[in-house]
Design a binder for this molecule. Structure first.
Ligand SMILES: [Zn+2]
Length: 160
């Protein structure tokens, strides 16, 4: 039997195994290429994204050590991580008033544990379904002044 051709890049396997993982290398910055931090928890940080398919789109990043998948967390880390994800979700509800949140732990590009927090609104284009991949791929850049205004609101809500 022929060996199936692998479609996932070697870099993904390296990052999964903690080799040169960009999330580990960045420490716990206030800014990264994708977002601005407004929440600092014991186990995770929350970032408002600069390109957003939905108003208030945030990412929560597990901190402290390299973990690629939820199954690699200790019980204490698991509880602490979801505590922090919930805290970010509450801030997004408070500041943006969506009707629902989607939580997606994907890691298909960067396998260091993180969760996408995607606000859903009563007038969004896919009621009853996830937002389509095309919206992710073409997410508009939030104008800098608007990003700063939203960030200030989230930081104020977080008590930062
Ligand atoms: Zn990592």
């Amino acid at each position: 039997m022929d060996t199936p051709t692998r479609t996932w890049p070697q870099q993904w396997f390296d990052w999964r195994d903690g080799i040169d993982c960009p999330k580990c290398a960045q420490g716990r910055p206030d800014e990264d290429d994708w977002g601005s931090r407004y929440y600092e928890g014991e186990h995770a940080d929350g970032y408002l994204q600069k390109e957003a398919m939905s108003r208030g789109y945030s990412v929560v990043v597990f901190r402290g050590r390299h973990v690629a998948d939820l199954v690699d967390l200790t019980d204490e880390e698991l509880a602490g991580y979801w505590y922090d994800v919930r805290a970010v979700g509450r801030l997004v509800y408070e500041v943006f008033a969506p009707c629902h949140l989607n939580y997606q732990a994907l890691g298909n590009f960067l396998p260091h544990l993180h969760t996408h927090v995607i606000p859903r609104y009563p007038d969004d284009p896919k009621p009853g379904r996830p937002l389509p991949e095309t919206l992710w791929d073409s997410a508009p850049v939030v104008p800098a002044a608007e990003h700063a205004r939203q960030l200030a609101g989230l930081r104020a809500a977080a008590g930062r």
